[in-house]
Ligand binder design. Structure first.
Ligand SMILES: Cc1ncc(C[n+]2csc(CCOP(=O)(O)OP(=O)(O)O)c2C)c(N)n1
Ligand SMILES: [Mg+2]
Length: 610
């Protein structure tokens, strides 16, 4: 045992739990914690005992810090992003990050400073009851009122974040608690093992029996597969059984887009025509680590009509939440898939598994027949063209980060993802402004990754200031900014009200007449923040701009923004039911209309020849 300040114990626990980075904004009430972080880093720099630093990235807005933490977590298995802020508004600013994290089952640790304990009830300066405010958006939210509890609260926080359905925790530290001296033995500290429920053999045999009895089955792979780091097992299971896979938006990347069993995405917006058609043609859906999100299902009636369901999820109360499946199993996706692979292999050897060749061929045929057109050559540029160019320019290693809007929806319809954690998206909450900070968090987690962010102009303007963090800390990535000078998704939604109200971003910029009414001069702002930017107006110039962006990034090690001036009004395919999606543009009739579609990919065609 040794004596130390509670904050020194907190930092020591963070290090033992594997934390190497924090994202935050300091303030008076959290300065003790910062002093412990600095002391620990000074010690690490001076010692030769392999002790590691905890690098701090200074955000420009505290909400930005919370989304950086999310990006950091989402980038790699086992990561936990940490965001730090002072008392009062810093905590309330991070509520959106906590909401986005809990909604997508993403563990982040949010640490806030607080007024001293004896002032909490006196309406002290910046003393807000963050514990209560954060309760609805965390797995646990706690103001620590006893100094000796500080290391134990951190220990429990990590256990909770990693156990069962993962999610965020907020720890609020009154300043006198931070500074108090406690006894703590860090040398013998051990993280608590995480708890993950595991399916039994009997449960998996029953689920597999039901699946095997069906005629036209699909696997729906949700974000739980990615969270459990079980994409390989999912693919193996699909390959053994020969069953096509529909990844959800959060599960995208769990099977590569060019895998012969990747059947497309289903849903009202971020979906493929062939994905929806295959879902409607199926008679059985086997969901793993998914939550039947309403933008995936549309109405439950249409989604579930004439088909049976098995649902496997780590969280018991997800089973039956949206609709009652024919059979449910509580399990971590990895544990369930391990058994599924094991039993399916056995059944295959015994010749029990049904042959799925003709059903797979039907799904693959839909992939070549039900495509959307991307080969638009006009200026102003049509968005579909942008994604086709991105497919050409970025290889299979590209890691896309996006938030919400027509940009994100069209991105999901047209881009290709080949690896887990290479489509990083705040699927449920969709807070505008998320993209820049989340991309920076991914860059910190994996400096080698080819990070490509995608924003509409409004998402980009929401938290544009965070680009300065990328310039300051040398976090290079490419940001595709598709500018229609509109709150495009909301403009499209307002068609139902026959209005175009409060959605215009267009104005005559007195400093930039060359923008011809498109409003904000993004190039000037981006450059002002210390990054690089290129503006493109002609479809034929997109490819070169993407090459130039890569070169600028390598030369300057800062974020590089490629702004593409779009036509102002382009409606993107979507609808209110999966059997009635509205198409607004011409559909692809041949390879010439959708040159980067996977179904026309030579490699794909070879794999699926027989
Ligand atoms: C904080 C927040 N406020 C409002 C919304 C609703 N919303 C969703 S998309 C959108 C417009 C997005 O515009 P832009 O980023 O330019 O993308 P576009 O749809 O034009 O491609 C709005 C306002 C939101 N998602 N988050
Ligand atoms: Mg826009």
């Amino acid at each position: 045992m040794s004596k130390m300040r509670a904050v020194d114990a907190a930092i020591a626990v963070l290090k033992k739990e594997g934390i190497k980075a924090t994202f935050g904004v300091p303030g008076a009430a959290i300065n003790p914690f910062y002093s412990a972080m600095k002391k620990s880093n000074d010690d690490a720099d001076q010692s030769n005992d392999g002790s590691e630093r905890i690098d701090h990235y200074l955000a420009r807005h505290v909400e930005g810090a919370s989304h950086m933490a999310e990006g950091y977590t989402r980038a790699n298995p086992g990561n936990i992003g940490v965001c730090v802020g002072t008392s009062g508004p810093a905590g309330t600013d991070m509520i959106t990050g906590l909401y986005s994290a809990i909604a997508d089952s993403i563990p982040i640790l949010c640490i806030t400073g607080q007024a001293p304990r004896n002032k909490l009830h006196k309406e002290d300066f910046q003393a807000v009851d963050i514990e209560t405010i954060a309760e609805g958006v965390t797995k646990w939210s706690v103001t620590v009122r006893e100094p000796a509890l500080v290391p134990r609260v951190f220990q429990k926080a990590f256990h909770l974040m990693r156990s069962s359905r993962p999610g965020p925790v907020l720890i609020d530290l009154p300043i006198d608690v931070q500074l108090a001296e406690i006894e703590f033995d860090i040398d013998s500290y051990e993280p608590m093992p995480a708890f993950k429920p595991k399916a039994s053999r009997a449960q998996i045999e029953k689920a597999l029996t039901m699946l095997n009895e069906s005629e036209r089955p699909l696997l729906v792979a949700g974000g739980g597969v990615i969270n459990a780091n079980a994409s390989d097992k999912l693919q193996e299971f699909a390959e053994i059984t020969g069953i096509p896979v529909i990844p959800t938006l959060m599960g995208w990347g769990s099977i590569p887009d060019d895998h012969p069993l990747m059947a497309g995405m289903v849903g009202l917006q971020t979906s493929h025509r062939y994905g929806n058609a295959s879902m409607l043609a199926s008679d059985f859906v086997f969901g793993i680590g998914n939550r039947w999100a309403n933008r995936h299902t549309g109405s439950v009636d249409i989604y579930t009509k004439d088909r049976k369901f098995v649902h496997i999820d780590i969280e018991p109360t997800q089973i039956g939440r949206v609709f009652e499946p024919d059979y449910g199993v509580v399990s971590d996706a990895s544990a369930a898939l391990e058994l599924l692979v094991d039993i399916a292999k056995d059944w295959k050897n015994k010749g029990i598994l049904k042959d799925r060749t003709s059903w797979v061929a039907d799904c693959q045929a839909r992939k070549t027949q039900l495509l959307r057109k991307t080969s638009f050559e006009e200026a102003p540029i049509k968005p579909q063209k942008v994604y086709a160019e991105m497919n050409q320019a970025f290889g299979k290693d590209a890691c896309y980060i996006s938030t919400i809007g027509l940009s994100q929806i069209a991105g999901a319809q047209f881009l290709h993802v080949y690896k887990p954690r290479h489509w990083i998206n705040c699927g449920q909450a969709g807070p505008l402004g998320w993209t820049v900070p989340a991309a920076l968090g991914v860059c910190v987690a994996d400096p080698e990754r080819q990070v490509v962010a995608l924003s509409g102009d409004y998402d980009f303007q929401f938290m544009i200031e965070e680009l300065a963090v990328g310039a300051q800390f040398k976090l290079p990535y490419i940001h595709i900014l598709v500018n229609n000078s509109y709150l495009g998704l909301i403009r499209q939604a307002q068609r139902g009200f026959d209005m175009d109200y409060g959605v215009q971003l267009a104005f005559d910029n007195i400093n930039a007449p060359e923008l011809e009414g498109y409003g904000v001069d993004h190039i000037a702002v981006v450059e002002g923040l210390g990054c690089k930017a290129i503006r493109v107006r002609e479809p034929g110039d997109i490819a070169n701009a993407l090459v130039e962006a890569q070169a600028l990034m390598e030369q300057h090690h800062v974020p590089v923004v490629v702004e593409i001036i779009l036509e102002r009004v382009t409606n993107i395919s979507m609808g209110t039911e999966i059997d009635s999606i509205n198409e607004f543009e011409d559909l692809a009739e041949s390879i010439a209309d959708a040159p980067t579609a996977i179904a026309f990919d030579k490699h794909y065609l070879e794999q699926t020849k027989d």
